[in-house]
Design a protein around this ligand. Sequence first.
Ligand code: HEM
Ligand SMILES: *[C@@H]1O[C@H](CO)[C@@H](O)[C@H](O)[C@H]1NC(C)=O
Ligand SMILES: *[C@@H]1O[C@H](CO)[C@@H](O)[C@H](O)[C@H]1NC(C)=O
Ligand SMILES: *[C@@H]1O[C@H](CO)[C@@H](O)[C@H](O)[C@H]1NC(C)=O
Ligand SMILES: *[C@@H]1O[C@H](CO)[C@@H](O)[C@H](O)[C@H]1NC(C)=O
Ligand SMILES: *[C@@H]1O[C@H](CO)[C@@H](O)[C@H](O)[C@H]1NC(C)=O
Ligand SMILES: *[C@@H]1O[C@H](CO)[C@@H](O)[C@H](O)[C@H]1NC(C)=O
Length: 485
Amino acid sequence: MSNSHIIFCFLSCILALTFIFIFFIKRKKTKFNLPPGKMGWPFIGETIGYLKPYSATTMGEFMENHIARYGTIYKSKLFGGPAIVSADAEFNKFILQNDGKLFECSYPKSIGGILGKWSMLVLVGDMHRDMRNISLNFMSYARLKTHFLKDIENHTLLVLSSWKQNCTFSAQGEAKKFTFNLMAKQIMSLDPGNLETEQLKKEYVSFMKGVVSAPLNLPGTAYRKALKSRNTILKFIERKMEERRKRNQEGKKGLEENDLLNWVLKHSNLSNEQILDLILSLLFAGHETSCVAISLAIYFLPGCPQAIHQLREEHREIARSKKKAGEVGLTWDDYKRMEFTHCVVNETLRLGNVVRFLHRKAIKDVQYKGYDIPCGWKVLPVISAVHLDPSNFDQPQHFNPWRWQGNSKSGNCANTSNNFMPFGGGPRLCAGLELAKLEMAVFIHHIILNYNWNLVDVDQPVVYPFVDFPKGLPIRVQSQCHSLI
Ligand code: HEM
Ligand SMILES: *[C@@H]1O[C@H](CO)[C@@H](O)[C@H](O)[C@H]1NC(C)=O
Ligand SMILES: *[C@@H]1O[C@H](CO)[C@@H](O)[C@H](O)[C@H]1NC(C)=O
Ligand SMILES: *[C@@H]1O[C@H](CO)[C@@H](O)[C@H](O)[C@H]1NC(C)=O
Ligand SMILES: *[C@@H]1O[C@H](CO)[C@@H](O)[C@H](O)[C@H]1NC(C)=O
Ligand SMILES: *[C@@H]1O[C@H](CO)[C@@H](O)[C@H](O)[C@H]1NC(C)=O
Ligand SMILES: *[C@@H]1O[C@H](CO)[C@@H](O)[C@H](O)[C@H]1NC(C)=O
């Protein structure tokens, strides 16, 4: 063959390949009817705009602009890949309900690196089911009544009794003390104020910063520091575990009988590594979120004196009847009687949105309402955007606990809870949601009965994308007169 022949062959091959390539791309393009939207820059796409901090009681500029331009379901490129973003209540429900069938949990690698490969947030399939079962057993109704309720009240009173009148302090810091101490006690029988509990709390602060930071494992980064904290925390838990194993072998029974660590050692055959990740991530999931939720209630309530008034009536009534009956300490029946409080809890979660959006990916080609979602694409249900959408909630910016009142027969109420998913949904519905609500209600009971508070330095919740008060929510308190009870 002559040279020109070879060149000709070569060129026609390239031409043919190009045609095939174009054909396939064309086919792909016509095959998929993707939602509207734009992909932004190479690699980073629109991630920077999506993660830009904004006020927690809004959807943020990015969401507002995109919804205005494209509607509530749009495509973008986020967290390093093509993504479908949904602010649509029905689609969100569809995504969460089809977890494991059409969609799968898909948190960024950095989360797995730091929470551990056995963390419930990153596990899928059978292993997730087993870990979830352990968590659900640990926080079952029965255990909430018998083990948690008393302890929640104890830890609430411990924190509230340390508050000094007319001094300014961080309400978020106090809420964190409460939720962290509670989880440390329930999970590993650690006592509040004790040196090792305080050290553990300190490590957790630096750990938390890494969970949400860019996953750059370079010296000096928050991520590197968090990985170090992770190791320190794991060593600590491991030491506790060995102590406990020894004690159990010696047949000693102690106050630790009922904590999670003991339960896992006795009733599961998880490996050491699995137990460590489970405990680490439950401690994490169980205190950050409810701390923010309680801070949000403290933040919203002074703006709505009528709600404070009604709460006070409700809790004074409960306190009065307990006094008459000679009871000390809240019971499960008391908790069930806190009807208006439950409205306040829901409204706080609706407007404050502790968890803004979830990470999923399509594991099959999925069709929804005429749109195609290609297999492998990220899917982000934005639960907060649904809660702040005026077509789902009247005057969504308005803190209005009364919107939750009335019986569930009324259409409005059915709609209200239908579009409300602060704890996610489907097979991965928050395992701690009943615990979180109980913590909020008991905390509200005692703060309302014991104190008046006002917000001192104007602070507001900001999405980073985790919700945080930049100044720690400074408040000042005055004691309530107890003789009114
Ligand atoms: C107001 C407080 C809380 C909020 C708003 C909240 C929200 C959520 C949400 C939205 C999810 C779903 C994540 C996903 O689908 O990807 C979740 C999962 C989870 N939450 Fe919570 N949570 C709260 C409190 C708690 C507490 C107190 C615990 C107790 C340890 C807890 C333990 C868990 C666990 C273990 C999961 C994983 C469930 C699974 O994957 O099966 N949460 N939470
Ligand atoms: C979940 O835990 C309960 C109580 O320990 C146990 O009886 C049940 O078999 C477990 N279910 C699964 C699917 O592991
Ligand atoms: C509550 O706290 C008191 C002391 O402050 C302690 O004696 C009691 O055992 C605690 N109760 C529970 C259930 O932890
Ligand atoms: C706190 O301040 C109020 C008025 O601002 C005052 O009446 C009260 O006595 C002060 N209480 C204490 C303990 O300083
Ligand atoms: C214990 O381990 C075996 C084998 O690894 C597994 O089949 C079984 O389901 C496990 N049991 C529990 C309760 O986790
Ligand atoms: C609060 O929201 C939950 C859904 O998460 C709903 O089941 C409950 O009825 C609501 N509570 C009130 C008082 O409306
Ligand atoms: C819920 O709201 C939508 C639109 O706001 C309305 O079309 C629908 O009928 C409502 N459903 C119920 C059960 O009231």
